[in-house]
Design a protein around this ligand. Structure first.
Ligand SMILES: [Zn+2]
Length: 787
């Protein structure tokens, strides 16, 4: 409606007032321009580290969209036609990653055809060369053929990146460093994408859609900072919006549709911006938005491919302001949105399904929340914050909660709950349990007996989450107390704990989701037959891990996927610290041993799970090459990294580091490099690797777990027995080195000799008062295999 009016009454301001939806439509219906088809010879396309060389072939451009040509297609369909893509990742870990997918650390690929989309000056750059080159000539006949063949492909790709292209097309400022994607048909590597995304920490990415075992992955071959960013010529801006003071009014209809009005105060970083990017789960749709009460246009589209690349569970959508916004003042943006974010798992078990945010957000934001939920009165609903009002009228219950400190995210959960409360001043723990388990955990009759006897007679009783409720609440309360004593205050004084179907958990500020399995006893049918380590994960570790995320992920957080391992490793190791304190060192050692075994397990191709890639690859480790590597490396190796830092620092310094981390990075993000520098402050004086550079190169930025072998012999006699030996290592690069304790038992006393390994066998000598009774490698504090 607004759009039509604008078009009717402001024809003079045609360019500025063009409705975003019209531009979106032009993108979806983009046409190739037969008149702009060129026979090209030795033309280059350079986008920082991305280099295309069109040796010989045809290049056709798309017709302008909002005044800009946004598409091009190259094909080498001429005699001796050729083109090449060259891309050299600047760091070792990225060259390694690329090689694991393509067999080569650099990308040098001959290409048959490529579809390009861009919202920058690519067209001008190419045309400048084409015009200057006497050889080139227009070929409308070939143009007509190419249009017919390629237009559907271009439109498909254009629709796939519609919202992202619109963001640049509608914002002239952004076009100086705009989005670019090339869908390449390589001669040896098949179809893959090359992306330049200035809104990402690492602007350049190459990846491929791949499927394995009925799952679709977007394998990211390499992803790194573009040259101008690496050299500091350009600076990554982070989130272009800052959001604060959310007021959310949500109504859960009996159909489980959630209808929401979200109000938030928004400030922009750059002058003259009128296109505001937001993230939200694709299951929510925005019906309207206003800025300071004035209607604003909303542009959202299902951009499957671009959202797979973003991989955060949320979709990008845009709000176009009627007038440009100015920095230094706050605007009130109001959204009306709704969608099916609440799911029914059967047996009156409900949960919030999408991984992405259920309200409009933008990057990492710490904001205050005022939340009102209206919901069917037979349900219970939990969300962070202090209850301000709670009334039931007719069939509708309405609860308002206020979070008066800035938090990273406001989650919620709902069900038909039994509740218990534990107060450990100044903190309160509220634990909710479903009265029944979800349908998936309801026992099924033994298949062999079906048909012979009535099935129901053989179905065991369903497990119930209720009997362990008090015990679980006491455990969470003890964990919360243990952690707040060591790390400092959590984000909120009240922690709500609620169930979620499935085998995982999640920790939001003031709210945990715990797998139904964490509510069960070891003897319950759903847990009884599992591996003891898996049982232990649900019963001992999961609640502590999620509780620890109150600090690691919610007080301190990370901004990019390269750094996410930090929060997971800190949360998991904090859970292990609690386990060590509450149940003894043996349980912690058993968990670490289990992680070591999983990292050393071999893939079908004979390589260790650890070799899938360094921990900083984050979610990229969940690729079609080794789908389970991400879990083993993020949680297992991550815990080992923290465990080894503890051994390097000593107990007191390690705990001091955790407390200071929470204090110094409160409501801030931390990167892997910042963490390395920070952690090195807590090393004992005169530590050999004083900046932790070697440690991080080896364990964080690299792969490899050494196999160590101890050999020794004893000479002489009491009181001067000479023990000489060597520790040799295998299965790792020549630069690899670990500090490992050799444990010596002698005359009822235990002593330790530290040995630093290298590519050649490391020798050691110890003089003892008498012959030793035992000499062994102690690998309890170093990630190594021994033989
Ligand atoms: Zn976690």
């Amino acid at each position: 409606m607004v759009r039509l009016l604008a078009a009717l009454f402001t024809p003079v301001l045609c360019f500025a007032a063009t409705g975003g939806e019209d531009v979106a439509k032009s993108l979806r219906e983009v046409e190739l321009d037969a008149a702009e088809c060129h026979r090209v010879h030795d033309v280059q396309l350079n986008k920082d580290d991305i280099h295309f060389y069109f040796t010989d072939g045809y290049l056709i451009f798309g017709k302008p969209v909002n005044g800009i040509r946004t598409a091009a297609v190259f094909t080498n369909e001429v005699e001796a036609g050729d083109a090449e893509l060259l891309l050299l990742p600047p760091v070792r870990s990225e060259r390694q990653s690329l090689a694991s997918y393509t067999g080569s650390p650099n990308l040098e690929e001959h290409i048959s055809a490529t579809v390009f989309l861009f919202a920058d000056h690519t067209y001008d750059d190419l045309m400048q060369q084409i015009r200057a080159n006497a050889f080139d000539k227009r070929s409308p006949e070939m143009g007509a053929l190419m249009s017919e063949q390629w237009e559907p492909v271009v439109r498909n790709l254009s629709a796939s990146f519609e919202t992202r292209l619109l963001l640049d097309l509608l914002s002239p400022r952004r076009r100086q460093d705009g989005f670019f994607i090339a869908a390449v048909n390589g001669k040896t590597l098949g179809n893959f994408d090359v992306v330049y995304e200035p809104r990402a920490f690492e602007q350049i990415g190459v990846g491929q859609l791949a499927s394995r075992a009925n799952r679709t992955f977007f394998d990211i071959w390499t992803n790194f900072e573009a040259a101008p960013y690496r050299k500091g010529v350009r600076k990554f801006q982070g989130s272009e919006l800052s959001l604060k003071d959310y007021r959310i009014d949500a109504t859960l209809e009996p159909s489980l549709n959630l209808r929401v009005v979200t109000k938030v105060k928004v400030a922009v970083a750059e002058p003259g911006e009128s296109v505001l990017p937001f993230d939200m789960t694709g299951r929510m749709h925005v019906s309207s938005a206003t800025i300071d009460g004035a209607p604003a246009e909303v542009l959202e589209a299902d951009s499957l491919r671009s959202n797979l690349i973003r991989n955060n569970g949320s979709n990008l959508f845009l709000v176009v302001a009627p007038d440009p916004l100015q920095p230094g003042r706050e605007y009130e943006v109001e959204f009306h949105h709704e969608g099916a974010v609440v799911e029914d798992a059967g047996s009156q078990v409900y949960f919030v399904g999408p991984r992405g945010t259920w309200y409009p957000n933008s990057g990492i934001q710490f904001a205050r929340f005022d939340l009102t939920f209206r919901y069917p009165k037979d349900l219970d609903l939990v969300t962070p914050g202090d209850v301000v009002s709670d009334i039931t009228e007719g069939d509708v219950r309405s609860t308002r909660r206020v979070v008066d400190v800035p938090i990273r995210f406001a989650g919620f959960n709902l069900g038909v709950y039994n509740r218990t409360r534990v107060v450990r001043a100044p903190y309160t723990i509220e634990v909710c349990a479903n009265r029944a388990v979800e349908a998936a955990l309801q026992p099924k009759p033994h298949p062999s007996r079906v048909g012979r006897q009535p099935a129901a007679a053989h179905a065991p009783l369903p497990p119930s989450p209720v009997p362990r409720l008090e015990e679980l609440a006491a455990e969470v309360a003890s964990t919360f107390e243990f952690m707040s004593t060591r790390f400092g205050p959590p984000p909120l004084k009240t922690l709500e704990v609620s169930p979620i179907p499935g085998a995982f958990g999640q920790g939001f500020p003031g709210l945990l989701y715990l797998s139904t399995m964490a509510y069960l006893h070891r003897e319950d049918a759903a847990l009884a037959n599992l591996d003891p380590q898996v049982q232990s994960f649900f019963v001992d570790l999961l609640q502590a891990h999620e509780t620890a995320h109150q600090w690691w992920g919610n007080v301190v957080t990370t901004a990019g996927y390269h750094d996410d391992w930090l929060m997971e490793s800190l949360a998991n190791y904090s859970a292990l610290l609690y386990l060590e304190k509450s149940s003894g060192r043996n349980l912690m050692d058993a968990a670490l041993e289990n992680y070591r075994n999983r990292l050393l397990a071999k893939n079908p191709n004979g390589q260790t799970v650890d070799s899938a890639g360094p921990i900083v690859l984050g979610a990229r480790l969940e690729s079609s090459l080794a789908p389970s590597a991400w879990v083993a490396i993020t949680y297992g190796k991550g815990s080992w990294i923290m465990h080894m830092l503890r051994a390097l620092m000593g107990e007191d310094r390690f705990l001091a580091m955790l407390a200071e981390l929470r204090r110094r990075y409160e409501s801030k993000t931390i990167s892997t490099e910042e963490f390395r520098q920070f952690a090195s402050e807590f090393l004992p004086p005169k530590s050999p690797d004083a900046k932790l550079e070697a440690f991080f190169d080896q364990w964080v930025y690299g792969t490899g777990i050494p196999t160590l072998k101890l050999s020794y012999s004893v000479h002489g006699r009491a009181p001067a027995v000479k023990l000489t030996g060597t520790v040799s290592q295998s299965d790792v690069d020549s630069e690899f080195s670990v500090q490992v304790p050799v444990e010596i038992q002698c005359g009822g006393k235990r002593q330790v000799k530290w040995v630093r390994t290298s590519s050649s066998a490391a020798a050691f000598t110890v003089t003892l008062p008498q012959a030793p009774t035992k000499v062994v490698l102690d690998t309890s504090s170093v990630l190594a295999a021994s033989k």
